[in-house]
Design a protein around this ligand. Structure first.
Ligand code: ATP
Length: 234
């Protein structure tokens, strides 16, 4: 589904992401874990082509998208839920969700609001509320729903549990699992919450100082307890 790298990403003279290679198969769930400042957000921005200067190839469903701007990558099936959520504060929840239609692939219909409320039931009762009236966790669910609305083949979630109450973290994990089961969406997420990452994915990469320091499934990760203490804030 998604092949990136070896990827090198720069902010000015700072070489933030160094020779990172990521691949995600169709329908797979993959996590990228790392401490604050490891480079997770920069990596996602690079995959979307939304900020850092990028060197290295990216293919999506076998198509080379390396030279394409972010909106063109979105219209080829790549959906990003950014860390800062970018909720339209003065639009309603329903209007926010429908803003996702701009990223729909040509020839594809977005989901209906009813279908979205089926995936994310808490949004049904909130649909007429304004963005700024929602809690942080509700805004996160809304940001995910807005991205899902355009039926991305591959959904990138940048630290979706950051600042979200534990009860909503569990809701999000359940809803993403149900959504993947129903429509086979491929998932790539960055996290510091190991419980959530494990609940949503089959395997993981560990990122440290802009480099991949481990790649494997959760059983391999568990077999190396050192990894947690060395590379994660747990
Ligand atoms: P966090 O969990 O805090 O979001 P992260 O793993 O997502 O961390 P990044 O935000 O990608 O990490 O930051 C990686 C490095 O890139 C940091 O050293 C950061 O200071 C630097 N960096 C991030 N954004 C910029 C920018 N716009 N300009 C210059 N340097 C940046």
């Amino acid at each position: 589904m998604l092949e990136a790298g070896p990827l090198n990403l720069f902010y000015g003279d700072s070489h933030i992401i160094q020779d990172v290679k990521i691949s995600v198969a169709d329908g797979e769930g993959v996590a990228i874990l790392g401490r604050n400042g490891a480079g997770k957000t920069t990596l996602f921005k690079g995959i979307m082509n939304g900020g850092p200067k990028a060197e290295g190839p990216i293919t999506l469903r076998g198509e080379d998208v390396t030279g394409l701007p972010a909106f063109a990558r979105a219209r080829r099936g790549l959906g990003l839920v950014p860390e800062d959520r970018r909720i339209y504060r003065h639009l309603t929840v329903a209007e926010n969700i429908k803003m996702g239609r701009h990223a729909t692939r040509p020839g594809t219909e977005p989901y209906t609001l009813e279908e979205i409320f089926g995936f994310f039931p808490m949004l049904r009762d909130l649909q007429d509320r304004l963005g700024f009236e929602l809690s942080g966790g509700q805004q996160q669910v809304l940001a995910i729903a807005r991205s899902v609305f355009s039926r991305p083949d591959c959904l990138l979630l940048d630290e979706p549990t950051e600042g979200v109450a534990p009860v909503i973290v569990q809701d999000i994990a359940r809803q993403l699992a149900a959504m993947r089961k129903n429509n086979g969406t491929t998932l790539l997420l960055t996290e510091q919450n190991v419980w959530f990452a494990r609940a949503c994915t089959e395997r993981l990469y560990l990122l440290d100082s802009g480099r991949i320091v481990f790649s494997g499934d959760w059983a391999e990760f568990d077999a190396n307890p050192d990894l947690k203490t060395r590379y994660l804030a747990v």
